[in-house]
Design a protein around this ligand. Structure first.
Ligand SMILES: Cc1cn([C@H]2C[C@H](O)[C@@H](COP(=O)(O)OP(=O)(O)OP(=O)(O)O)O2)c(=O)[nH]c1=O
Length: 195
């Protein structure tokens, strides 16, 4: 903790991997919050609120705290992490042959200030056969991923087009997140983000 630059308020191994690549030093303290959506809450407002709540739920002890949230939005419906097999198969069938958006909100805060960003990436999926969807579920990748897929895994083969931040789909848009951390004086040792 003494050597840390910030706290990562996330249980997601993807977020820790993405930040760890740049040599940043952080402690992982997952936030335990209610992730349900409020009635009539827009997808943008929903992810922004959850990122803020995750960052606020963890004690920084003087260090900045980073929280993030990722959802898939298909025709105004928000697809979070699948509850079970049927939910995952249903999500993948709905994503098949269509374009969707992946929203990731990031919040960094300390006692004095709180800064947020919203990353929006458009992803087009090829048409998937039910055998492919079933095989994908069997791979085990769906669990714990918004929209029941992982672009960094086998589901990369489903993607015909992507417009926006790739790391935003994986769970943490790097260009923007490093920029937010820089506002709090946190920079990778051999890297700096230029405006
Ligand atoms: C779309 C997509 C999502 N995901 C992941 C990123 C997030 O970890 C997860 C969405 O769930 P989140 O609730 O955003 O995050 P989490 O529960 O994993 O971790 P925490 O709340 O503690 O920060 O889906 C991928 O890994 N690949 C993908 O292609």
């Amino acid at each position: 903790m003494t050597d840390c630059q910030f706290i990562l308020a996330s249980q997601s191994p993807r977020r820790a991997d993405l930040l760890g690549r740049y040599g940043l030093r952080f402690a992982v303290r997952p936030a335990d919050i209610d992730e349900s959506r409020r009635p009539a809450e827009s997808p943008d407002d929903f992810v922004l609120r959850l990122a803020r709540e995750k960052a606020a739920a963890v004690e920084g002890a003087g260090l900045p705290v980073l929280g993030a949230d990722t959802v898939v939005v298909l025709e105004q419906d928000v697809l979070g992490k699948p509850r079970d097999r049927d939910d995952a198969l249903d999500m993948l069938s709905r994503l098949s042959g269509r374009a969707h958006e992946v929203l990731t909100a990031v919040c960094v805060r300390n006692a004095q200030r709180s800064e947020t960003l919203l990353s929006r990436t458009e992803v087009q999926f090829a048409t998937l056969s039910s055998a492919q969807i079933q095989a994908y579920w069997n791979s085990g990748e769906s669990a714990g991923k918004a929209g029941a897929y992982a672009i960094q895994g086998l589901a990369e083969a489903f993607v015909t087009e992507i417009r926006g931040s790739y790391s935003g789909v994986v769970g943490l848009p790097l260009q923007g997140s490093l920029g937010l951390l820089k506002l709090f004086g946190v920079e990778p040792p051999v890297w700096s983000v230029h405006e």
